[in-house]
Design a protein around this ligand. Sequence first.
Ligand code: IMP
Ligand code: MG
Length: 200
Amino acid sequence: MIRSLRSGSRKAELWDLPENTMEDDRLGPLLSQEQIASIVEDLADQISRDYGQRDLVLVCILKGAFMFLSDLIRHLRVPVQIDFVRLASYGSSMQTPGRVEITKDIEISIEGKDVLIVEDIIDSGRTIQFLKDRLALARPHSIKVCTLLDKKARREVTMEADYVGKEVDNLFVVGYGIDFNERYRNLPEICYVIPKDQPK
Ligand code: IMP
Ligand code: MG
């Protein structure tokens, strides 16, 4: 089994993946379950404070942000509706998408409403920029963005998230809903994938 990071023991450097793991990825710990929980609660507090009793529609980007959304909404004290979009992007699995398309649209009306996009991680910013432009066509009252992780240094378009859980370096991360070729979404912690050419 994966050697997990227990609270209080932050010194696990690498995790041993199960024998039947399809590839020999090596993962390093980035955020423990406790660290994620505290980041998510802080974000929920900020959002609850900012929106007060205004109706809020959370638009979650599938699939990566599903776990983040489900934890975030449990801490929100504002009336919310939730909806989902699925976006297809083109580019290889470890590279940032170039072209973005929508493959599953929202189903509830956002006209005149306050919308908060919930994303797992922002890299070039293209995905969020695409979605903001797309949602704006439905004439919501406002559109803001909440991301758990932000690789700010890699931005290719000018866009800032309104709520950022944690800024991360240029690492490829997995876990807590976030995948590498559809794997590792179930990890309760967030790890980074150690490049194969990095010596052990
Ligand atoms: P952007 O359009 O370049 O900002 O890319 C954002 C999307 O790329 C996210 O929704 C993720 O699906 C994916 N992505 C970016 N960085 C990572 C990562 O480190 N691990 C897994 N997916 C990532
Ligand atoms: Mg994503």
